[in-house]
Design a protein around this ligand. Structure first.
Ligand SMILES: [Zn+2]
Length: 328
């Protein structure tokens, strides 16, 4: 059994945790940062990532569904289990955007150290596990590939019910919207879970989805030109987040590139429309694009992810933690 610990005590092993039991059966591969890759990365591969989630103190983990290829979809909850107010944190919808996945783990570590008393914080740590495993396999094989879809070729950030619009991918089998809203098991699992929580009396008032890249704080709507009625509260929350994140740009998704960039069926539209949550999408960092290192433009992983993944993930989490806790 792998034992985890750190000085602050956020990580302790719990062999009965369902994620720990699942991770124990995964192939034991060399950690990516110690691997013999031409260029080891400062990120966790699949098994290591799950082990890190499994080691979080006070986490309540459950399987809410399965991916197309049958990987478990996890929800990991922290905070006062009797609280009705809920924050939702989503990561890994786009499987190459590892800095968002790392930031979500770091936000969960904050919860493990200091859980909320007045709310629950529900994490969906990795929405596209099949794509994530593909990215990891590419890294280990030295293949530079851009991966955005799930195993069915669907962009999981176009498959949510709010403002859904059917769209074929530009290249057949890649980045389509899916045949209908919730056609994909990964998104259906999350939406059904959130719907059940609301039916049971929960109030989902905060939602955060972590992506990369571009140093942007994005607000609904993506699928409509108009702004939501709650525009001002989104702007206030975004400005508050920006005050700690640094030089990030705040935009409504559909106004990003006017007329071109409607994003139909995306998560923040649904989280706001269906549940009333103040919903932000963070495009974390500029990846390695700011560094002018040779070869970056040829390597999608480096475009989407900064070099110091663990360090940057921790500092992004520090900046986002008050939002997740509902300090608006
Ligand atoms: Zn993304």
């Amino acid at each position: 059994m792998v034992r985890h610990s750190n000085e602050q005590g956020a990580l302790i092993v719990d062999a009965d945790d369902p994620i720990a039991r699942y991770a124990a059966d995964l192939p034991e591969l060399e950690p990516l940062r110690e691997s013999k890759l031409r260029r080891p990365v400062q990120y966790r591969g699949y098994r290591e990532l799950l082990e890190s989630w499994a080691a979080l103190k006070g986490a309540r983990s459950q399987i809410i569904g399965r991916s197309v290829k049958g990987e478990p979809m996890w929800m990991v909850e922290f905070g006062n289990r009797n609280a009705k107010k809920v924050s939702v944190v989503i990561a890994g919808i786009h499987p190459i955007e590892w800095i968002g996945i790392e930031s979500a783990l770091n936000l969960a570590e904050e919860q493990a150290l200091d859980p909320c008393n007045d709310r629950r914080v529900c994490f969906f740590p990795l929405v596209n596990p099949d794509g994530f495993r593909k990215v990891e396999a590419n890294l280990r094989a030295g293949k530079r590939r851009w991966v955005r879809s799930n195993e069915n070729g669907v962009d999981l950030n176009r498959n949510w019910p709010t403002h859904f619009k059917y769209k074929r991918g530009l290249v057949a089998g890649h980045n389509s919207s899916g045949s209908a809203a919730l056609s994909e098991p990964e998104i259906a699992a999350i939406v059904h879970t959130l719907d059940a929580m609301v039916a049971a009396g929960d109030s989902i008032d905060i939602a955060l989805s972590l992506h990369s890249i571009g140093k942007m704080i994005l607000m609904p709507w993506g699928g409509l030109w108009a702004s939501p009625q709650a525009r001002e509260q989104h702007v206030q929350a975004a400005k508050d987040v920006r005050s700690r994140l640094g030089r990030y740009t705040i935009r409504q998704v559909s106004h990003w590139v006017p007329g071109v960039s409607f994003a139909h069926g995306m998560e923040i539209d649904h989280l706001h429309q269906a549940y009333g949550a103040t919903s932000l999408l963070i495009e974390c960092t500029r990846g390695e694009l700011g560094t002018l290192r040779p070869g970056v433009l040829l390597d999608p992983f480096r475009i989407f992810n900064p070099k110091e993944g663990r360090r940057q993930g921790a500092s992004i989490a520090q900046a986002l933690d008050p939002f997740v806790r509902g300090f608006l």
